[in-house]
Design a protein around this ligand. Structure first.
Ligand code: DMJ
Length: 478
């Protein structure tokens, strides 16, 4: 279907100028409008494609302007710090000292948007001020997906070797987190001393290092990163239940599950995402098998065909018995994963449910009880997942429905979250009360996926890259 629609557009686009030229010379005194009206009548599909392209270009330009708005706010009030506080016009450093979270997370978006001046400024901040030689305990997962992933993808896009050197330094400091009896990483690691904390972890934090660590092995030729991350994923996968599911909590020292609840949302989400994407990025039967076994179990037990739509809730990992009917903004990444894996039927149905969730209050909540459509967590921290899924679905179906969704998301962000100096999270999607936060992923992910949804396909070739869970594109080449 995808290639049919795409090639129909292409064939008409290639043939229309010839016919159009003949028509124009016969009509040489006619106006451009006459020619356009004729082509519209004769070739309505071409006109549809032409108009769609013009609208997409306008939307891509609009998103790019909003990215600049957010970045300029950061530079004015939070330059050199981790994140902007958009209401108090201040800044936030996650660990007391800055790890240049926003510049690192935002850099590859700037490169993709062609914002060269801003990219240079971000690189200068990183080059001058970013040091990982800090006596702080950091969350392995967050630092890996935002900073290691961001440095690697920006290195691949720019060839700037300083970024690769920083990535290597960081990965070496994260490695001690994996020195547990099971090989699954502790949640926190001290960047200076290598000391660790947090032995009760979850699948997302354990299984979301494969893309970044594996990429670093490719870039440096040193297999230690790939092998360490893979050992952790396999250790977790081996502890899946007899019906193929994982739970929400596990002790990395003992390998014992501490929470048997299974779902696709935050805490488990990117574990599944990385099984699929590791297969796409590195190939090999192992990841393919782990992904296929896992997604089959999730679709069998966690999926829920409810009267309110098609959703994924909570079940017991050992029995498959339903434990809850909660969905939310984080779970909205799943249509994108399904689409990427080729399951467009489930992907489309679930994205429709996500869109319903968004439209209940004009912005999606972090938690929704889908059985009665009541909100259980009212926040909207500028999350990207629903837009990410619309991006994949549009790429794979060419269905304008996903562009319209993208327009709705954009309009809501503009209406409810934009401030004079950036964008603010919402405390409550019902009241639209703002929170004093602009997470770095807003520039790494939310605005990147919005832009890529509308930008020409050649801006980023999906056959050549795999996005990490923070939307940093990593190259497939060896
Ligand atoms: C991001 O940091 C990543 O997408 C992560 O996998 C989940 N949460 C946020 C965005 O919502």
């Amino acid at each position: 279907m995808r290639s049919l629609v795409a090639s129909a557009c292409l064939v008409v686009a290639l043939t229309i100028p010839l016919h159009g030229r003949r028509k124009a010379s016969a009509d040489s005194r006619g106006t451009g409008q006459t020619a356009r009206a004729n082509s519209t009548r004769l070739y309505p599909h071409f006109e549809f494609c032409r108009r769609r392209d013009a609208e997409k270009a306008a939307m891509a330009a609009a998103v790019r302007r909003q990215f600049l708005h957010a970045w300029n706010g950061y530079m004015r009030y939070a330059k050199g710090h981790d994140e902007l506080r958009p209401l108090s016009k201040g800044y936030k450093d996650w660990y007391g000292v800055s790890l240049e979270m926003t510049p690192v997370d935002a850099l590859d978006t700037m490169v993709l948007m062609g914002l060269d001046k801003q990219a240079d400024a971000a690189r200068e901040l990183i080059d001058k001020h970013l040091s990982f030689d800090r006596d702080i305990y950091v969350e392995n997962f967050e630092i890996n997906i935002r900073l290691l992933g961001g440095l690697e993808s920006s290195y691949e896009l720019t060839g700037d070797k300083r970024l690769l050197a920083l990535a290597m330094d960081l990965a070496n400091r994260l490695l001690p987190a994996f020195h547990s009896p099971t090989g699954m990483p502790y949640r926190f690691v001290n960047l200076k001393t290598g000391a660790v904390r947090g032995s009760v972890s979850n699948p997302a934090e354990i299984g979301s290092e494969m893309l970044e660590f594996g990429t670093l092995s490719k870039l440096t030729g040193n297999p230690i990163y790939y092998n360490t991350a893979k050992r952790a994923v396999v250790a977790l996968y081996r502890r899946r239940s007899s019906i193929g599911l994982v739970g929400a909590g596990i002790n990395v020292k003992t390998g014992q599950w501490t929470d048997p609840m299974s779902f696709i949302g935050g805490g488990i989400d990117s574990y599944y995402e990385y099984l699929l994407k590791a297969w796409l990025l590195f190939g090999g039967k192992d990841f393919e098998r782990m992904w296929k076994t896992s997604v089959a179990a999730v679709n069998r037990y966690v999926a829920d065909d409810a009267p309110t739509g098609f959703w994924y809730g909570q079940v017991n990992m050992n029995t498959g018995a339903r434990m809850g009917t909660r969905f939310g903004a984080l779970s909205a990444f799943w249509p994108g994963e399904l689409a990427l894996s080729g399951d467009l039927t489930r992907a489309r149905r679930l994205e429709d449910s996500c869109y319903k969730m968004w439209n209940l209050y004009g912005v999606e909540p972090d938690g929704l009880n889908y059985s009665n459509l009541q909100i259980v967590d009212p926040a909207y921290p500028l999350r990207p997942e629903i837009i990410e899924s619309a991006f994949y679905l549009y790429r794979f179906t060419n269905d304008a429905r996903y562009l319209r969704m993208g327009r709705t998301f954009y309009d809501s962000l503009m209406k409810y979250c934009r401030t004079k100096d950036g964008f603010a999270s919402l405390k409550d999607v019902r009241t639209k009360k703002k929170a004093d936060d602009m997470p770095s992923y807003f520039l790494a992910e939310t605005l990147k996926y919005s832009y890529l949804l509308f930008a020409p396909r050649q801006t980023l070739n999906l056959n050549r890259v795999v996005f990490n869970t923070e939307a940093h594109p990593l190259r497939k080449t060896p």
